[in-house]
Design a protein. Structure first.
Length: 205
């Protein structure tokens, strides 16, 4: 039997891990605010599928992926689930300053058998990670994201970012102070949203 997530086939193991992670999120959200309660009923599409679509834009080869402001594990845990079968030697680091959410992320990593480390610090205070990939979802504006990403990104690495309906406005604002190469992709789950692949980031001027 084939399984499809965000319009792309996935293995039975990946699909089962995504379902198990969703169950964990529902269980823990009754105790701590991992996701907005209003989105629990739509958890699969709103959070899991929305996060999963990002993996197709990852480089073919990467050793270290850092997810910043990981919150309830979107997209960091989802990316680690995909890599478990597709890039099994890769390591993931999730940076999340909220201690309760960090505890949840560690539990998810343990129960799902993921190569995932959780750093419970503020993004700007965590040691530079020198990552091949940095990801973030629903964290802050692009102008505020870029200095956080370059702190943890290799010079030849790439950023994978979810952006909402204000993506174009944020890109224009960021270009006033930053130079970067940009690929934009339509979101599978929200026609107004964009997935950004950003490389070669530097301050303008």
């Amino acid at each position: 039997m084939e399984f499809s997530v965000a319009g792309r086939d996935v293995s039975r193991e990946t699909y089962d891990d995504l379902v198990q992670f969703g169950d964990l999120v529902r269980k823990w959200t009754t105790k701590i605010n991992l996701i907005a309660p209003s989105t629990i009923a739509d958890l699969w599409d709103r959070h899991i599928v929305d996060s999963a679509q990002l993996y197709q834009y990852a480089p073919e080869s990467f050793d270290l992926w850092v997810d910043i402001g990981s919150g309830g594990g979107f997209p960091g845990v989802i990316m680690a689930i995909y890599a478990k079968t597709q890039r099994p030697n890769a390591n993931f680091i999730l940076i999340e300053s909220d201690q309760r959410k960090a505890a949840f992320l560690r539990t998810a990593a343990r129960e799902l058998g993921l190569k995932l480390e959780v750093v419970a610090q503020r993004i700007e205070e965590a040691k530079p990670m020198d990552a091949d990939v940095v990801s973030a979802r629903a964290l802050t504006t692009l102008s505020d994201l870029l200095p956080l990403t370059i702190r943890h990104l290799k010079s030849d690495g790439c950023c994978l970012l979810h952006k909402g309906k204000r993506a174009q406005e944020e890109i224009a604002q960021a270009r006033r102070n930053w130079q970067f190469d940009l690929e934009e992709h339509a979101s599978f789950t929200d026609p107004a949203a964009r997935l950004l692949v950003i490389q070669r980031i530097s301050r303008a001027g």
